[in-house]
Design a protein around this ligand. Structure first.
Ligand SMILES: C[S@@+](CC[C@H](N)C(=O)[O-])C[C@H]1O[C@@H](n2cnc3c(N)ncnc32)[C@H](O)[C@@H]1O
Length: 199
């Protein structure tokens, strides 16, 4: 049986290691940003589900000391932040004290979430958990985004992405799904990208 790409470091994993990022997921964000031009110098950014920290490190490098990044994860980060404009809280994105901490540091121009539930192998259960995270992230966006802001959130495919995109379209000028090429071929994750928050 041939090794799946989960077992074998692929092109993206090797590139991440060479470039000092703890996870290959950084190239998904780079691709999303290249397509939608979301991250501007001086932006205030929230990264939900940030560990081990590739997205946060990429954002901090791009901000180059300008703006601000707040991040949250159940797990600690494995990065050395290159600038001081960074706040990390270890905890559950659903916890009221975590939510209060992060919302108090807003408003944000960009809310990012690569958060994924621990998978059980039961596709319906995993999809349900992913959709709950998406709804919680959208609620963060509704409360903390500045007018004109953008939101990127990972979702497991095959459930209610269409309904969630329609919901996003009521709050943003544009919303759509986007699957970066850096996603593993066998992965059923995709991203919802919404721009132009209306308040
Ligand atoms: C795919 S990883 C994120 C990778 C990250 N974007 C990077 O580039 O390093 C998904 C993360 O979501 C986090 N997560 C899942 N559920 C969470 C929750 N309820 N609260 C906070 N973080 C959560 C996990 O702990 C995990 O670290």
């Amino acid at each position: 049986m041939s090794a799946s790409s989960y077992e074998k470091p692929d092109f993206w994993a090797q590139k991440a290691k060479k470039e000092g990022y703890p996870a290959r997921s950084v190239y998904k964000l780079a691709e999303i940003d290249e397509k939608f031009r979301l991250l501007k110098k001086g932006a205030r950014v929230l990264d939900i589900g940030a560990a081990p920290g590739s997205w946060s490190l990429w954002v901090l490098k791009r901000l180059a000391g300008s703006g601000f990044l707040a991040a949250v994860d159940l797990n600690p980060l494995g990065i050395q932040p290159p600038y001081g404009n960074f706040h990390f809280i270890q905890g559950d994105l659903y916890a009221p004290e975590v939510r209060a901490d992060l919302l108090a540091r807003g408003p944000y121009d960009l809310v990012l979430s690569d958060a994924a539930p621990a998978t059980t192998g039961n596709r319906l259960v995993d999809q349900g958990a992913s959709e709950s995270i998406v709804e919680a992230v959208i609620a963060y966006g509704e409360e903390a985004l500045a007018v004109g802001g953008a939101l990127v959130v990972k979702i497991f495919q095959g459930g209610s992405e269409r309904a969630l995109i329609d919901m996003l379209k009521q709050r943003f000028t544009q919303a759509r799904g986007f699957k970066p090429q850096a996603c593993r071929a066998e992965s059923f994750e995709t991203y919802l990208v919404a721009t132009g928050f209306r308040a």
